[in-house]
Write a protein that binds this ligand. Structure first.
Ligand code: AGP
Length: 594
């Protein structure tokens, strides 16, 4: 949800900013721009559109600058609403990610004082407020300005007479990259990987001053503080396409490794969460989008392995439910760790007295500061807007957590735990076998790409996989798709079934298999083309127009394999339609607005 970058150092600043913005473009791509301090002037270039369409001419090469790629909130995508913004005198320039809640009142006051605004955004007021507060000391005026803002923000500002970047963070991510003779700042660590792996994670309320030589950080009480420098274990190649046409395809293919890395060290000695510290008699999962689908899968896993009742809530709804008497152990999922609804839900769960755990892929992300326990998926950076390997690794973590909880609750024997772990060990190889079959899956998508509506149906643990399959297809192929429990179609949606409406049916040999066969028969009788994904079976072969059988796996572990087939199905359907797969329209990778 908007990406920002800043650089102070001897390199070609224009190049560094563009490189950083390209790496952050998944956060928003409605417009992009840079502001560079050069010869005591601030040079600004910005425009609606993608980074690749911008910056045709040369940009100044020194000495410091800021850049922004936008996901529109206040004001539609347009040149005038593109960041960076300048103050009236063109001395100061800012970029901002977040939402300033009190921008209307500040804008009115500043207008009365004679400031003129050129955009419809909330962000522009920040440049003018710094100008209003400026008394010759840039940092001081920035600090005063930040204290007047309400809402969420990651802000970076420069002054034409100063060689420093001044930055602030509150509920929007911002990290500082520590280089040698150069320092950087960005919304996300992957944007800095070309220059450094040494990262300082700012905390809410922090303000920092960054030059090419030093970094100073003040906390919310204006006390000078040290924030630990952490070393990233991601490489530049992790943030590059590595020969794949899209990040999404690369990330789908990285799943065997992501599963392996997420299991590594945890199968023999799980130390991430000590469940004996907690009294867990019910669990709730809270998340948004694909991460919420992982939560739904988690419900089945936990109920089966840890024998504990579970509920699932979407973050944006949880916050507004009436608080109940009980305080279930609460598990949050967020790939980015920055999804505002989920971070806010974590705060609410704490307020309600729940013990809390976050499963996230991003080190030190906002959610990690709101919960009692954190466990990291080891998926590596996920750049494609559509979540793939992070869903898979979230589900892997769920198996591990359920096993640990089952043992701690005394409802799972050591032998049973070992059997489950043996199954987990086989998953990377089984996923590889599906990936090796990509051409066969691709061929099956021809008919899907011609459809206007597609249904996904599943039962039990594969019902959430149907939801996820439908989300992926909507998101990247722009085809309307809906996921249903297979038994529900006849309660209404059957009215929509025609020979033009493909139904993707997920069928594995669990206790619902016979019922699923019946459901598929009912669908086929309406002449809808049926695409079956599941366990090999003669009946299914007869009923289905197209079929893909997954490698043998116990039903409990089938979501991992079934979902990989659906990821490839969505990918190749979108590919046939020539969609912008890594940057689908109107979306952004992490959603930091409510
Ligand atoms: C998934 O393909 C989506 N892009 C989206 O639903 C995403 O899962 C959701 O916004 C939650 O993001 P998070 O995991 O970073 O919190």
């Amino acid at each position: 949800m908007c990406g920002i970058v800043g650089y102070a150092g001897p390199k070609n600043v224009g190049d560094v900013l563009i490189r950083g913005l390209e790496r952050l473009e998944y956060r928003g791509y409605d417009s992009a721009g840079v502001a560079i301090r050069s010869d005591d002037e601030i040079y600004v270039q910005k425009k609606k559109g993608r980074i690749s369409d911008l910056f045709q001419g040369d940009l100044p090469t020194e000495s410091l600058g800021i850049g922004h790629t936008r996901w529109a909130t206040h004001g539609k995508p347009a040149d005038k609403n593109a960041h960076p913004f300048l103050d009236c005198q063109e001395n100061i320039s800012i970029v901002h990610n977040g939402i300033i809640d009190n921008f209307n009142s500040i804008r009115d006051e500043l207008t009365e004082k004679g400031h003129e605004f050129s955009s419809e955004t909330d962000s522009e007021i920040i440049a003018h407020l710094i100008e209003e507060n400026y008394d010759g000391d840039f940092l001081k005026s920035f600090k005063k300005t930040i204290r007047e803002l309400e809402g969420s923000y990651a802000v970076v500002a420069i002054h034409k007479g100063s060689d420093e970047l001044v930055v602030a963070r509150n509920q929007s991510p911002l990290v500082i990259g520590i280089g040698s003779g150069e320092n950087l700042v960005a919304s996300d660590a992957p944007a800095l990987l070309d220059y450094t792996k040494n990262i300082k994670y700012l905390q809410d309320g922090d303000i920092a001053r960054i030059t090419n030589q030093e970094v100073e950080i003040w906390d919310e009480d204006n006390t000078l503080v040290e924030r630990e420098t952490k070393r990233l274990n991601w490489d530049v190649e992790d943030a590059e396409k590595g020969g794949y046409e899209h990040f999404m395809l690369k990330e789908i293919f990285e799943q065997p490794k992501a599963i392996h890395d997420s299991l590594l060290g945890r199968l023999n000695n799980f130390e991430d969460v000590d469940f004996s510290k907690y009294d867990v008699d019910s669990v709730q999962f809270i998340a948004c989008g694909t991460s919420a689908h992982a939560g739904y899968v988690g419900r089945y896993i936990f109920e089966k392995i840890a024998k504990v009742p579970c509920t699932v809530e979407v973050s944006s709804e949880y916050r507004y439910t009436s608080s109940s008497e009980s305080s279930p152990f609460t598990i949050f999922f967020s790939q980015s760790g920055e999804t505002l609804d989920t971070v806010a839900a974590a705060r609410e769960a704490n307020r309600r007295g729940c013990d809390t755990l976050a499963v996230t892929n991003v080190l030190d992300s906002s959610i990690t500061r709101e919960v009692d326990e954190v466990i990291y998926t080891q998926a590596g950076p996920e750049i494609g807007v559509a979540a793939t390997k992070t869903f898979t690794t979230q589900v892997i973590i769920l198996y591990l957590l359920a096993i640990e909880l089952g043992l701690a609750r005394g409802v799972l024997s050591k032998d049973e735990a070992e059997n489950y772990k043996d199954e987990l060990r086989t998953l990377p190889r089984k996923v590889e076998r599906i990936l090796d079959d990509k051409e066969r899956i691709k061929k099956k998508t021809k008919r899907l790409a011609e459809a206007e509506d597609i249904f996904f149906v599943g039962r039990n643990i594969n019902y959430p996989v149907a939801l996820e399959g439908a989300l992926k297809l909507k998101e990247i192929a722009y085809i309307h798709a809906a996921g249903y429990p297979a038994g529900e179609l006849k309660h209404g949606p059957f009215a929509l079934l025609t020979e033009e409406t493909p139904v993707i049916a997920l069928a594995v040999r669990d206790q619902t298999f016979e019922k699923m066969l019946g459901n598929i028969g009912e669908i086929a009788a309406r002449d809808s083309p049926v695409f079956v994904v599941g366990d090999e079976n003669k009946e299914l072969k007869k009923l289905a127009d197209e079929r893909y059988f997954i490698p043998k796996v116990p039903p409990l572990f089938s979501p991992i394999l079934m979902n990989v087939v659906l990821q490839l199905t969505a990918y190749y359907t979108a590919y046939r339609l020539d969609r912008d797969i890594d940057k689908p329209r109107n979306l952004a990778k992490s959603v930091t607005v409510e």
